[in-house]
Design a protein around this ligand. Structure first.
Ligand code: GLA
Length: 655
């Protein structure tokens, strides 16, 4: 079980290190990420390395039995680098070349950056290949930087040539006949830089895909040289989710030995638990495509603070441990934090830490010590696998495409739709994977496809095969409407899925912010509605008011041995939960425990005849859940019912 976090000894005089290592030992820290932003310390001048300090701290950590996720520092090139290679600084869409002075000031397409990154990674690999502390390679930090410079433009064109072969095919895919954008020479093709009015949506989409592949290539070349030096040491990079991140993480999964995510909830209240469960299940879904499957790792989260738009919130006592156990419940190899010790200065001087500004005589450090103890106790459960027979699909290119300007509503959000589907299942205690693609639906009885806007023919075929073989598929509005080039499939929405769903949608009726529609079964929807014709499907609920009154709203269509449901509006949370619960029940899938009180999260990890029941009580009152066995956290026997205090957790070995 990994427990620890980002550790930045370079920010502290060496006399603090001894205390750090002692405090880590007391907290049973097992892994620290070292060197993430230490390039300027490691290479103070071009080609001149200073590894002495890193040798000393790695030796200390090794002596204390603490493993190191050794980072390559390539997310933050030193100032000397950008002065020597100004062409390697990133350029924004408006053509402004950014300066060093923050982090991520690099262009991934700049040869000088790429070779400097390879050199420092190779030097680290060479020096530490046999170091006893080396447990994991942590390449870079949160890949996600975008650049629009001329070097990027050249790389983008190379990528496009490879994707489309010739300009005619590109012109067709990008619909350049619209607004006279027809290209007659590759040199005319550019990244989507600032322009007069709406940009070409396919150009924007392809630029994101390109950026994802370009960053992946930068990762892979570092990974390959690390692997060559240390074949036995896994290599990873920490994923981050965000509107600004042009990374298709599902595609990256095959290239990382262990999927690792950073997760910072955007809500300080109970919604954060649902958000964290979503992130965990998404990581587990991505991990299906990675060599490390089924494990994944929560690489960073905040021990204490949650950031919302206006301020920092302090986590209440006990929440750090409960959230950590919730991640482990959902398959994480442990719980890692940003960061070990709070810095005295720098841009993130108030970000929380396991050793806060107050020092070890603090609630947070005491909770860290407790958490280390708890993680050690639950370590046997790491052998268990989280079983999920329901998949929610989250497709990053669809999310990008739905963020284009000029769509029928500015509130379309595939990530939010995927979260809603997941939340509906979470609230009913049904464990779901969130998967990043349709290539591998094996093992699932139910698949939920929320707003999967882009759909290639092979993806539609995969869904058909899933349903024909007996799967239950729930599709919501705007799925399958466009092809992979974001071109509408004509003849009626939802294009690629019309036949499978047995519906034909003639018109969209996006709803105003405060509007909702009633359905014939008493439920309501908001955001979206449409003129649906049932062309084979059975109508389950109709619109009950407004211009669509009497027309189908929710339908089901039997195809082969399975059923394809269509939901043409955004159902209210309870109605959505009821629907998914009923569909899952039809497929023989139920909650881990029935009738859980709201806010009580229960997940099982299982292997062979052994199983562990994780109970996370996010409520303010004690809860009781049926279980028998031994609570690993307390060592106490559990006979029929486990009582979990308000805000507490239990991990019952039930088999
Ligand atoms: C990210 C980064 C860290 C740090 C934290 C702050 O996840 O990886 O370096 O900036 O956010 O919350």
């Amino acid at each position: 079980m990994f427990f620890g976090g980002d550790y930045n000894p370079e920010q502290w005089p060496e006399d603090v290190w001894a205390q750090d290592v002692e405090l880590m030992r007391r907290a049973r820290v097992t892994l620290v990420t070292v060197g993430v932003f230490a390039w300027a310390r490691l290479e103070p001048a071009p080609g001149r390395h200073d590894f002495g300090w890193l040798d000393r701290i790695l030796d200390r950590l090794a002596d204390a039995g603490i493993g190191v996720a050794l980072a390559t520092p390539t997310a933050s090139p030193p100032p000397w680098f950008s002065l020597a290679h100004p062409e390697a600084l990133p350029v924004d869409a408006a053509g402004v070349r950014l300066s060093h002075g923050s982090r991520d000031t690099y262009c991934a397409s700049a040869p000088a950056y790429r070779s400097a990154a390879r050199r420092i990674a190779a030097a680290l690999a060479q020096r530490y290949r046999d170091h006893p502390a080396l447990a994991l390679w942590h390449v870079h930090n949160e890949y996600g930087t975008t650049c629009h410079c001329d070097l990027t433009a050249e790389a983008f064109r190379r990528w496009l040539r490879h994707r489309y072969g010739d300009l005619d095919t590109l012109n067709d895919a990008w619909t350049t006949a619209f607004w006279s954008q027809h290209y007659t020479d590759w040199a005319q093709v550019r990244p989507p830089r600032a322009t007069q009015y709406l940009p070409n949506p396919t150009q924007v989409l392809d630029f994101r895909r390109f950026t994802s592949d370009e960053l992946l290539a930068a990762y892979v070349e570092q990974r390959d040289l690390l692997r060559a030096a240390t074949p036995g040491v896994p290599v990873t990079t920490n994923y981050v989710l965000g509107d600004w991140v042009p990374v298709d993480h599902a595609r990256w999964a095959a290239e990382v030995d262990l999927v690792a995510i950073d997760h910072y909830p955007s809500d300080a209240g109970p919604a954060a638990e649902e958000e964290a469960a979503f992130a965990a299940d998404l990581a587990r879904g991505w991990a299906r495509g990675s060599p490390g499957r089924p494990d994944w790792l929560l690489m960073e989260t905040a021990p204490n603070l949650v950031y919302t738009a206006d301020r920092m919130h302090t986590k209440e006592p006990g929440r750090m441990a409960r959230n950590s156990l919730a991640a482990v419940a959902r398959g994480s190899r442990g719980a890692m934090f940003f960061q070990w010790r709070a810095p005295r200065g720098g841009a993130e001087l108030f970000h929380s830490a396991l050793v806060p500004h107050a020092g070890p005589d603090s609630r947070v450090y005491r909770e860290a010590v407790e958490l280390g103890d708890r993680l050690a106790r639950v370590a046997p459960a790491a052998a268990g696998v989280v079983e999920a027979r329901v998949a929610v699909v989250y497709d990053e290119p669809s999310a990008w495409a739905l963020r284009a300007r000029g769509l029928p509503s500015t509130r379309l959000d595939h990530l939010d739709d995927a979260r809603r589907a997941h939340r509906a299942l979470w609230r009913r205690g049904i464990t779901a994977d969130v998967v990043g693609g349709l290539d591998d639906l094996s093992g699932y009885a139910v698949v939920v496809l929320p707003g999967h806007y882009l759909m290639a023919d092979r993806q539609a075929a995969a869904l058909r095969a899933f349903v024909e073989a007996g799967g239950q598929l729930v599709v919501t509005y705007l799925s399958g409407v466009a092809d992979e080039h974001a071109r509408i499939r004509t003849g009626g929405y939802p294009g690629a899925l019309r036949d499978l769903l047995g519906v034909r949608v003639e018109e969209f009726h996006p709803l105003a912010v405060d509007a909702s529609v009633k359905l014939s079964d008493g439920t309501t929807g908001d955001l979206w509605s449409e003129t649906v014709h049932a062309t084979g499907a059975r109508v389950v609920a109709s619109y009950a008011d407004g211009v669509l009154a009497g027309r189908p709203a929710v339908t089901r269509h039997t195809v082969g041995a399975g059923t394809a449901w269509y939901v043409s509006t955004r159902l209210a949370d309870d109605a959505y939960a009821d629907l998914l619960h009923a569909v899952a029940a039809d497929a023989g899938v139920g909650p881990v425990r029935p009738d859980l009180p709201p806010g009580v999260e229960v997940v099982t990890r299982r292997t062979g005849d052994r199983s562990w029941l994780f109970v996370l009580n996010h409520t303010a009152t004690v809860c009781e859940v049926a279980a028998s066995g031994v609570d690993l956290l307390t060592g106490a026997p559990v006979d029929g019912v486990v009582r979990v205090p308000a805000g507490g957790s239990a991990v019952v070995r039930t088999g």
